[in-house]
Design a protein around this ligand. Structure first.
Ligand code: OSB
Ligand code: MG
Length: 369
């Protein structure tokens, strides 16, 4: 394959309701897509970076700059030797910028697999044709509002609830949801690093609610702190932000800091690295599940393929399109009996709807070889 051109598309996709975490509140899914053109096929992918460096150090303009100035020139220079598998080794000299690398590698992989007439699921080694869906529930202004949302998601059929927490929004909402919906509800929490080593006693109070896991309670760089917390509380500690590579995953597991791992392909540099984390975790007996970054159908499709691998034994944040969007930018993914079908088409298996891309686009820029 040979890379001919890449289009970077910035979009503002309206959310049905605000999504609040311990680090931000958003009404709009502001996102960058890469659309690659090769000599054999075109491919699409969604970048996980937010507009601001609030979830990770990456952000839209930073990702666009590193893609244009450093990543694409090296991939253009590969000439006919371009493959999706060659992208990471070619770009390894560039430190970090995993979300920028991931969107480019994924779009190239999409083009490659469309050309080879293979689905992402088959390429990655999926063994399921549908995956159980969980839903991530943001921080609310009040407990009644939270209950209204959780009740609605359960009525739709979601099989697992994840509550976003932060200091001041933790014990009470978790207690109310557990008491209202009973002991059988699959329930977990995500702090997005909002706590510190001084909060271990507070977090231990959550033990009484029999949670599936607590996700990234403290600073992502404090992996040892998570190991200490995992020793101190009964709730399994799950890492999200901390796990940026298969090497870090291996170390976090050995330290006892990661009893469960959330795999987000964008955070770790793409689907090939995600598969490595899946394999490292599986070999160590550590369950994984697929996280999300509010993806449109373009990102959601590839995540569903990954979530169909054997060691994805917990429901992911792979919700239906309608969880976030009144209008998705692809055919919407729908919930059927709490599950979502894994796409079977070639590549990611879905296509952008051009009129909707155009409606939500804020800017589009072509970079040519
Ligand atoms: O920590 O998992 C997270 C959304 C944006 C940034 C970080 C996170 C999230 C979510 C929502 O929890 C996941 C999703 O439904 O896509
Ligand atoms: Mg998380």
């Amino acid at each position: 394959m040979k890379l001919e051109a890449v289009e970077l598309i910035r979009m503002d996709v309206p959310l049905k309701s605000a999504f609040r975490t311990s680090f931000s509140s958003v009404n709009m899914h502001q996102v960058v897509w890469a659309h690659v053109v090769t000599d054999v096929a075109e491919g699409w992918a969604e970048c996980g970076a937010n507009e601001r460096p609030d979830y990770s150090s990456e952000f839209h303009n930073g990702a666009a700059t590193v893609i244009k100035e450093f990543l694409l020139p090296d991939l253009f220079a590969l000439g006919n030797d371009l493959t999706a598998e060659a992208v990471a080794p070619t770009l390894e000299w560039a430190k970090g910028h995993r979300m920028a690398k991931a969107v480019i590698e994924t779009a190239i992989l999409d083009a490659q697999l469309r050309n080879q007439k293979i689905s992402f699921a088959k390429y990655l080694g999926a063994d399921k044709d549908k995956v159980p869906a969980g839903v991530s529930v943001g921080i609310m202004d009040s407990l009644p509002e939270l209950m209204k949302f959780v009740e609605g998601y359960l009525a739709e059929g979601y099989l697992r609830i994840k509550l976003k927490i932060e200091p001041g929004w933790d014990y009470e909402p978790v207690k109310l949801v557990r008491e209202t919906f009973g002991p059988d509800l699959l329930l977990q929490v995500d702090a997005n690093t909002a706590y510190t080593r001084d909060d271990f006693d507070l977090l231990k109070r959550l033990d009484e609610f029999n949670l599936l896991l607590i996700e990234q309670p403290i600073n992502e760089e404090d992996v040892l702190g998570h190991a200490k917390l995992a020793d101190y509380i009964d709730t399994p500690v799950c890492l999200d932000e901390s796990i940026v590579s298969a090497d870090i995953a291996r170390d976090a597991i050995e330290l006892g800091a990661a009893e469960i791992i959330n795999i987000k392909p964008s955070r770790v540099g793409g689907y090939i690295e995600s598969k490595k984390i899946h394999d490292v975790s599986q070999a160590a007996g550590i369950p994984v599940w697929c996280g999300g970054m509010l993806e449109t159908g373009i990102g959601r499709a590839a995540n569903l393929a990954l979530a169909a691998l054997p060691n994805f034994t917990l429901p992911g944040d792979t919700s239906a399109s309608s969880r976030y969007f009144a209008t998705d930018v692809t055919e919407p993914f729908v919930l059927v009996n709490g599950h979502i079908d894994v796409p079977t088409g070639h590549g990611i298996g879905v296509d952008p709807i051009p009129e909707i891309v155009e409606r939500f686009a804020v800017s589009r820029e072509w970079i040519k070889r």
